[in-house]
Design a protein around this ligand. Sequence first.
Ligand code: AMP
Length: 385
Amino acid sequence: MSTQDDGRIIAPGATIGVLGSGQLGRMLGLSARRMGYRVATFSPDHDTPMGQIADAEHVADYTDLDAVAAFAKSVDVVTFEFENVPFEAAEAAARHVPVRPRGQVLHIAQHRRREKDFLHAAGFPTAPFEHVPDRATLDAAIARLGVPCVLKTAGFGYDGKGQMVIKAADEAEAAWQAIGAGEAVLEGFVDFACEVSVVAARGLDGAFAHYGVTENRHADHILDVSIADGIADRATRDRAIEIAAGVLEALDVVGVLCVEFFVGRDGTLVVNELAPRPHNSGHFSFDACVTGQFEQQLRAVCGLPLGSTARLRASAMVNLLGDLWAHGEPDWASVLADPDLKLHLYGKAAPRPGRKMGHMTVFGRDGEDAASRAIAARQRLAWGG
Ligand code: AMP
């Protein structure tokens, strides 16, 4: 049972507590420090991306609710930077300080069945889906949806982990084993033209601000390139923003939330998933907007007015994965030779393949120009100059 959020304003000088300690927390922390806040992080790991820049790094398991309570008592407000924090941890924190967004948002967004049920019940468009609580229900679900379809774990999946495309009914058993033989959701395969997202914020007073519609190109299920304002069709753009505003309102979000969409070849939008926090596809805003998504998250969770999301320049973002380290430390000077490029590295020690180590935001005449420059810069890194 949580205490009611009393709607208090958290003024500069206070301490922001963050459940999670990855790059999203790091960038929130950097924005918070710039505005005179202290920051504290809670996660099971040491020397983390956020821990390196935080005033305090609390290290304990998320299931250690006494440790969570002690953490909450040491800060003025709690938020989270990734959705796989157990809901119970958010609830435990909420007994002591406001948790924003409220734990219920986390509870819904961290579990595909609950997320799909919420979207469906609230009338937001999704791909057709079936709940698959156990192996016995999978074959009938495949028969109802048809192939191809996509089997996804109900909980704790990200970047395409825990999902398998099923192209024929006899692949059911292999797919079931591959996702870990646990509760799942089966989705119809969407033959989309592109993937887009809307990162948006909602204040304590219900104010809404969004970062437009970003086009996202993936490689191996991991976000590769994001182009700000990368969608030309105005009706699709307006509809995506309208859906995002509706989702934040329906969930009573205080903070930042990203809605990821598939865009059909006829412009039809379906919601793929929700991320109740700043999102990789909004990283461009850190450098390219009057108020970046992390400062916006800070403003929202502190009960302050939201800032302008106006663009300073046309931009695109490319991720830097651990694969770039295959032949040693990348040649950073070669990318910084482009004066319109902003380099972000997250302070992660081990550059494993597929691990997000950093990103670059590059400016250009327009989004496509910026994307070409960003991709070219990354190639210079990979090729050693
Ligand atoms: P997710 O982890 O659900 O965001 O999925 C990761 C990626 O897998 C998406 O960005 C899509 O490229 C692809 N994908 C997921 N679900 C579907 C689907 N129902 N139909 C087609 N592609 C999908």
